[in-house]
Design a protein around this ligand. Structure first.
Ligand code: OGA
Ligand code: NI
Length: 340
């Protein structure tokens, strides 16, 4: 009663990004049940969603619910451990796979803790003068973590190929045109994200605005909403509805370049919540480190010359990973640097 409210507090609440989020009307939901013998309608739906939004959800995608639930459970169990226990599997500069807390890297912009695992072991990436070995750090708790992870990784990779083939067809290419880039030395990884409740949601984001740098991302989110996508038509942030059985798919930078900018990697971010913690699990589908990324021959012509210079995926990826450790106030390496 009679409390004095600090006016600057009111102002900050008024300006917080998620006061009245625009719900996800329009972000396509695509039924993948005919994916094994793709119909024209399915390919057209994938093409339209990729071009208009760069984001869509898929249902009937083939990943067994049980396999997903087990990893979701394991992720909760792991993040519930004491800090001391979690730090036993923390990442470091030599091997950037493992646990980290945004707080530890002094990255106060992102309100989250994460745990990264490559899906192929070993993942070795040549660096200028040496090799970076990405080695998974398996936690002791919960038990069977590794088995649960590997089962999930296998299933989600099948879905990734299914989507890659549909995307390829939607670009007018042969179904398996893009597969070769992944058949060797793939650098894909799965990240477990945990966004704890945040006491000042008007000042923090779970993840600040960014684009995913790989080919495509397959995201499992829980029932707590928070993911927002920048709508291409007007730049508004649109909240993606939660569906714990669906996957959220987004086009990454590599597909933007391969398609010579027909498809675009779209900005997204995660808002935080004062009461509820949130979990998510993206699978980042990444090509082999040796792949030289450039607009595909089929996507260029005299009228439509290449919009990007060629770059090496492994180098790009490592520069990105390492910049997480060193410079915090400088922007990460971006594909816009390769724009012609
Ligand atoms: C990411 C990401 C979204 C989410 O990890 O790159 O965009 O909902 N995650 O956690
Ligand atoms: Ni992302």
């Amino acid at each position: 009663m009679g409390e004095v409210v600090d006016p600057s507090f009111i102002q900050s609440i008024e300006h917080r990004p998620n006061l009245a989020p625009i719900e996800a009307q329009g972000i396509p939901i695509i039924d993948l049940s005919p994916a094994n013998s793709p119909t024209e309608a399915l390919v057209a739906a994938i093409g339209e969603a990729s071009e208009k939004w760069g984001f869509f959800q898929v249902i009937n995608h083939g990943v067994p619910a049980e396999t997903r639930r087990k990893l979701e459970w394991a992720s909760r169990e792991f993040f519930n451990l004491s800090k001391e226990e979690k730090l036993k599997v923390k990442r470091d500069e030599l091997n950037p796979q493992g646990y980290y807390d945004a707080e530890l890297t002094k990255n106060v912009r992102d309100w989250k803790e994460v745990f990264d695992f490559t899906t192929k072991e070993p993942t070795i990436i040549p660096n200028d003068s040496n090799f970076i070995h990405l080695v998974n750090r398996w936690p002791q708790q919960p038990p069977n973590f590794r088995k649960i992870f590997e089962e999930y990784a296998e299933e989600v990779e099948k879905l990734a190929y299914k989507l890659l083939e549909l995307i390829s067809l939607s670009l007018g290419l042969a179904k398996d045109r893009l597969n070769e880039f992944f058949s060797e030395k793939q650098t894909s990884y799965i990240r477990l994200n945990h966004y704890p409740p945040c006491p000042f949601p008007d000042q923090a984001l779970g993840i600040g605005r960014h684009k995913d740098s790989g080919a495509l991302t397959i995201l499992a989110q829980d029932e707590v909403q928070g993911l927002e996508v920048k709508r291409k038509t007007d730049g508004e942030w649109i909240r993606v509805k939660s569906d714990v059985d669906a996957y959220i798919i987004n086009i990454g930078d590599v597909l933007q370049v391969w398609s010579n900018h027909k498809y675009e990697s779209v900005e997204h971010r995660v808002t935080v919540n004062t009461e509820k913690e949130r979990f998510s699990m993206p699978f980042f589908f990444h090509p082999g480190h040796h792949v030289m990324v450039e607009p595909l021959d089929e996507m260029i012509s005299e009228e439509n010359p290449p919009k990007y210079k060629t770059y090496n995926w492994g180098k790009f990826f490592i520069t990105r990973k390492r910049s997480n450790f060193i410079k915090l106030n400088v922007d990460n390496i971006q594909i816009s640097q390769f724009k012609i």
